[in-house]
Design a protein around this ligand. Structure first.
Ligand code: 2M8
Length: 432
């Protein structure tokens, strides 16, 4: 398949997954709208159908809560056969919630970056009008993140559930989840293993803990102050904060282009960058690591999240060199599998090549890390990771994730952000 055919197949998949109001992440597995999926989808669409990309983000931002939070799942068309259904969350009617049924959690804030990239691609009248409409929503969301999730103004925000990280069952969450003790979830019945093999999805115990946390939080009415004070899972996630810091920079750029003040946003970013370097770098391990605010511990697992610091532009040259030399290029760690970039180091005892966020290659991870490497001057490494993403799509289609040993497809087979980001990589190789 040449580049043109691959791009055509990617666009065709996005059109197939278009349900009218938004593009679903996958045909059977994910029938609703997800937060960071919407941003990745818009990023790819900016090259071929910017208006469809804008529609995607408009639909997401319509679901914003009165508090400013933008939820992680939006049920535009009510329930489906996806679990959890909208009423499981008990968010309806809450004074700080939004008008559209949604989950009570958020997800990595990619949307400001998507709006900025859309604006870069199309700064015509429609493009500017869209950015002008989106800006106050994005500002309110970032403000919510920097206050409700960082009440002390430390510069780093915390997540309250693994689903907020987007990397749901990453081994990074083993310790904080173990800290919950024996899970006591509300009654539930999983439906995520009907279309995807069981060993490619989160294990039963992880899922019980995910539900346990939702049960607690819905009992607290998703109140931000209570969550901050009592959530048993409260973690400063390296990946989430890296995405936020990059998005803060993009939001400041949007403000500038729209003639809006940017001081508040610049303040978030500069506090965040300093805190990220001071509090998340682990000198002994040579990596940026999450911080569990309840136990004060760092994860034992070695995952791709450390490389997100390059994407955020927060890793100084010394940290970047260590991460690249000791990890990214090290055979048996992140190098040496047939296809990169594994999401967990191969020599980590928690590495599982086909299980979801425990090791498989994900196109969005490659996209983020390649952009970061490029920005830090590692052009050849960036190119290698981009080439792997494109090869995987050619070999196994737009899968949700891929086995790094042989490139075979895992998870859902018709996954929108894989298609959208392949489109982006094909159209904007210089972007990475
Ligand atoms: C996955 O998460 C959902 C729950 O939010 C699930 O497993 O049902 C994650 O990969 C997440 O990052 C992604 O946004 C979502 C939809 O693609 O699926």
């Amino acid at each position: 398949m040449n580049d043109q055919e691959l791009a055509a197949a990617a666009l065709a998949l996005l059109r197939e997954n278009d349900v009218g109001a938004f593009i679903k992440p996958a045909r059977l597995q994910y029938p609703h709208q997800w937060n960071w999926d919407a941003a990745f989808i818009a990023i790819g669409l900016r090259h071929v159908d910017a208006e469809l990309g804008r529609r995607e983000l408009r639909a997401l931002l319509r679901a914003q809560w009165r508090s400013g939070m933008v939820p992680h799942i939006v049920y535009h068309a009510g329930p489906s056969d996806y679990f959890p259904p909208p009423d499981f969350w008990r968010t309806a009617g809450l004074p700080h919630a939004g008008a559209i049924p949604s989950s009570g959690l958020t997800q990595p804030p990619m949307a400001a970056t998507a709006v900025r990239l859309l604006l870069d691609a199309t700064d015509d009248v429609a493009g500017i009008a869209f950015a002008r409409d989106a800006f106050p929503h994005l500002l309110a969301w970032h403000r919510w993140l920097h206050t409700a999730r960082d009440p002390g103004g430390t510069g780093l925000v915390a997540i309250v559930h693994p689903w907020e990280s987007g990397t749901d069952n990453s081994p990074r969450w083993r310790c904080p989840l173990a800290g919950l003790g024996e899970p006591a979830p509300p009654p539930y019945s999983r439906r995520d293993q009907r279309h995807v093999p069981v060993d490619e999805r989160p294990v039963t115990d992880d899922y019980a803990r995910f539900m346990h946390l939702i049960g607690l939080y819905r009992g607290w009415g998703w109140d931000d102050t209570t969550l901050w004070a009592r959530a048993p899972f409260l973690v400063v996630d390296v990946l989430f904060n890296a995405i936020l810091l990059r998005a803060d920079a993009d939001l400041a750029e949007i403000a500038c282009r729209l003639g809006q003040p940017r001081d508040e946003i610049d303040g978030w970013r500069s506090r965040g960058v300093t805190a990220f370097r001071e509090r998340l770098w682990d000198e002994e391990r040579g990596a940026f690591l999450d911080l569990d605010l309840r136990s004060g511990r760092r994860p034992a697992a070695d995952t791709w999240a450390t490389f997100a610091s390059l994407y955020a532009g927060v890793a100084d040259p010394r940290a970047a060199t260590r991460m690249v030399d000791e990890r990214l290029r090290a055979t048996g760690r992140y190098a040496g599998t047939h296809y990169g970039l594994p999401t967990v180091a191969i020599d980590d005892p928690r590495f599982e090549p086909r299980r979801y966020w425990c090791g498989p290659v994900w196109i969005n991870a490659n996209w983020l890390v390649a952009r970061g490497l490029r920005a830090a001057g590692y052009h050849d490494d960036a190119r290698r990771i981009v080439d792997h993403a494109l090869e995987l799509a050619r070999l196994s289609g737009f899968a949700e994730y891929y086995d790094p040993r042989d490139g075979s497809a895992c998870g859902a087979r018709d996954f929108s952000w894989s298609a959208a980001l392949v489109l982006d990589l094909l159209h904007d190789p210089a972007g990475v």
